[in-house]
Design a protein around this ligand. Sequence first.
Ligand SMILES: *Cc1c(COP(=O)(O)O)cnc(C)c1O
Ligand code: SF4
Length: 459
Amino acid sequence: MSHTTTHPARFQVIGPRDLDTLPALQRLSPATRAEMRRVARVLPFRTNRYVVDELIDWARVPDDPLFQLTFPQPDMLTPADRATLVRAEHAADPAALDAAVRAVRRRLNPHPAGQSSLNVPTLRGRPLPGLQHKYRETVLFFPAQGQTCHAYCTYCFRWPQFVETDAPRFASRETDDLIAYLRAHPDVSSVLITGGDPMIMRAEVLRRYVEPLLDADLPGLTSIRIGTKSVAYWPQRFVEDDDADDVARLFEQVVARGKTLALMAHYSHPRELSTPVARRALARILSTGAVVRCQAPVIRHVNDDPAVWRELWRTEVQLGAVPYYLFVARDTGARRYFEVPLARAWEIYRDALAAVSGLARTVRGPAMSATPGKVVVDGVAEILGERVFVLRLLQARDPAWVGRPFFARFDPAAAWLDQLRPAFGEPRFFFETSGADAPGGDVAGAPRRRALPVIQGAA
Ligand SMILES: *Cc1c(COP(=O)(O)O)cnc(C)c1O
Ligand code: SF4
């Protein structure tokens, strides 16, 4: 049986060049469009016809959350950086403009600290840059051919990878290396294939990565996960693309071999689940025996509202998916534009959680993927007269740290772990080993390295 419709939608990219011609954008002032083009010089911009035609509510632009999620916004750059670019544009010297763009990018913390050399695994002394192994149970795998996306989220912390062609790509063609590594590390029960978005790959390419994992006979490996935003940005991938049936067969094969195929679905807003094709895609995925776990960061202008999360989680559960993580956005790119303080993120999480049934309370958050691990804000409390954040590591570089509560001084403006200070006059958090570590740990103290992507509400 074919699941293809008679007129399958064709994937069509929309990028910076279309900012001048896209009819829907002509309702914005020329000055606003010029600002958007300016921002797009610095931060990557890519979307597609489906997002533009079916997800964005153009009557609500520019405030529309899906527009904010996918299109460059003037205020993503500071007035000073915008002025720098305006001057460079007027100079009409391509080299000067290029230099200005690079300078602005460098100010946007393109490589948030602390991930790369800490987590790149080695095999007999040889580094395996397409893998990341931070938590004992789970290895991240970055297939070479899955390192872009159907559209870019404007808050994406992988943005340098999309704009710097000379940046290391953290990719690997080496399924062999992955398998050898897994044989040497029988504690690993879960491989998370990530990107970019692995679902941009053709089914036959994805198969070249997944099938050898099944054939390798790794008894400890119980799950294969695929991190993806395609369910939101291009659900046609699962029902209408010419290899959609082959994708479904591959998922079925994983399940038939006794492993869990978990699709880690990045849904940011309930509207992404409102279209018939998005619902058909989810139903098709679930019909293969795969499970779908949902995660996304909380982002100002997009989903910083408990009503949005309540609706999102309810819809996910109604459609058979499992709410999993609510993340805090990383400290990079246009983070000032998107930032939600931890105290507010926790209120959003709690208010939304209180409004859903227990079936949706599988979701944990707000969680930060920071250097020591995934830190969740459990709440705000008053202890011995001091107002504190109650925090906990959901995942940790050292498994002994998992689940241990710890406390930070309450700070209504703090938006990331490196802005928190230990409560009760303690000199450091328990996971910080020496006084040399700045408060907030090697999150703040580590030298800047080329970043490795870490999963964060992301594909
Ligand atoms: C979140 C994350 C994982 C997966 O953690 P789970 O809690 O098992 O979903 C694995 N590796 C890294 C680096 C992560 O940030
Ligand atoms: S957050 Fe994920 S889906 Fe969005 S642009 Fe980044 S890698 Fe792609």
